[in-house]
Design a protein around this ligand. Structure first.
Ligand SMILES: Cc1ncc(COP(=O)(O)O)c(C=O)c1O
Length: 373
């Protein structure tokens, strides 16, 4: 067997991550959290890494012995170092800022090399200068396997995700538009699925889908299962204003406080045409919702999982108010003990000027008390 063939075997899809029932006091409405922290490297970035390596090998850009390079300070580095080790490839990641043992440890434990660069924005040029293949998760955001897996598990009315590179929302939107689940074992259409334009401008802080006809056009007979993709977007991110104003070059120039999602500009991997709704979420709401997930599941999730949950609860609330039934899936992007010192820490939140109180009260109202706490 050639190295390439063996490598593609290593990069085959892993076991599905679990769906966790999240209690909501809304009869007939189910809220499920898709727990990507169950991936071998603890985050949704595991799927991105697999897809990036796969695409690079198929395109002939990575072969046996190629040094693989990335520029990132986050979970992507750990996931990529994990795959590089399994493929026997040297791996170098350029991280922003001064050397941090905490950030380097996980990558180095997997045999990767970390190089720290200042100013932070210089990481991309520094990565391009290294002799090897720059994976470039933002420039080449490859579709991954979440759609195949998730829609094999459940047929929801909504899936809610954050957007960093844009790959996850694009993957889900693309899968939904290129498959016909109602032809196979799709569920009886729910009220939300049947109703055309069920989401409009009446919800606070949301905008109507500018391309809502696209998916309906692909559904058999226009009356089958219909699932929509909502992107939950944190403060300072360009995705919500850029999407709502139909301005693809919208720039905020501001970093997101919610790790992994929210970008100062619209990245090339974000596909507004494959997204049905973008919901802006205040950072205090994201942090409060991350805590609510931890209260209920015990998982020390990152802020991005809270952003998605808050937006998912807005959709649940709207469905409930309209007397609709159905299923909403919200992604858990990652969980790690390091988040205990930030999103789950009162002093950190106060230092950032985040007033969680009103949001925590709202979350208690919108989510039922879990029996085991
Ligand atoms: C909840 C959630 N959704 C989505 C993403 C990923 O977004 P993308 O695929 O756009 O990079 C993340 C990444 O951290 C996340 O935590």
């Amino acid at each position: 067997m050639s190295w390439n063939a063996r490598a593609l075997d290593v990069l085959a899809a892993g076991p599905p991550t679990p769906l966790i029932d999240f209690p909501v006091p809304a009869p007939g409405i189910r809220l499920l959290l898709k727990d990507e922290s169950a991936q071998p490297t603890g985050s949704l970035r595991h799927r991105h890494a697999r897809a990036l390596f796969r695409q690079a090998i198929l395109d002939g850009l990575v072969a046996q012995g190629t040094t693989v390079v990335e520029a990132t300070g986050g979970n992507a580095a750990v996931a990529q170092a994990w795959f590089a080790r399994r493929l026997g490839l040297p791996y170098i990641v350029v991280m922003p800022g001064e050397r941090s043992e905490a950030r380097a440890r996980a990558v180095e434990a997997l045999g990767g090399e970390c190089r720290f660069v200042t100013p932070p924005l210089a990481i991309y040029d520094a990565a391009r200068e290294i002799d090897g293949h720059f994976l470039d998760q933002f420039g080449r955001a490859a579709p991954h396997d979440l759609g195949e897996e998730l829609f094999g598990q459940v047929s929801p009315d909504w899936v809610v995700t954050g957007a960093g590179t844009g790959a996850t929302s694009a993957t889900l939107g693309h899968w939904l538009r290129s498959h016909h689940p109602a032809d196979t074992d799709g569920p009886v259409p729910s009220a939300a699925g049947r109703a055309s334009g069920a989401v409009g401008r009446d919800g606070p802080g949301t905008a109507e889908n500018r391309s809502s006809g696209t998916l309906e056009g692909s559904a058999p007979g226009g009356g089958g299962w219909r699932c929509r993709v909502a992107v939950a977007d944190p403060e300072n991110s360009a995705y919500f204003p850029g999407w709502a104003l139909d301005t693809p070059d919208y720039v905020t120039g501001m970093p997101s406080r919610i790790e992994g999602i929210g970008r100062p500009r619209i990245e090339p991997g974000f596909r507004p045409d494959l997204v049905d709704l973008v919901i802006p979420v205040p950072d205090a709401a994201s942090v409060a919702a991350a805590r609510r997930i931890r209260d209920v599941t015990g998982l020390p999730v990152g802020g991005s999982s809270g952003t998605a949950l808050w937006a998912a609860l807005e959709l649940v609330e709207r469905m409930r108010a309209r007397g609709e039934s159905g299923t909403v899936v919200s992604l858990i992007g990652d969980a790690a003990d390091r988040h205990l010192a930030t999103y789950h820490n009162d002093a950190w939140a106060a230092g950032k000027g985040l007033d969680l109180g009103p949001h925590l009260a709202e979350l208690r109202r919108r989510t039922a008390v879990h029996p085991s706490g």
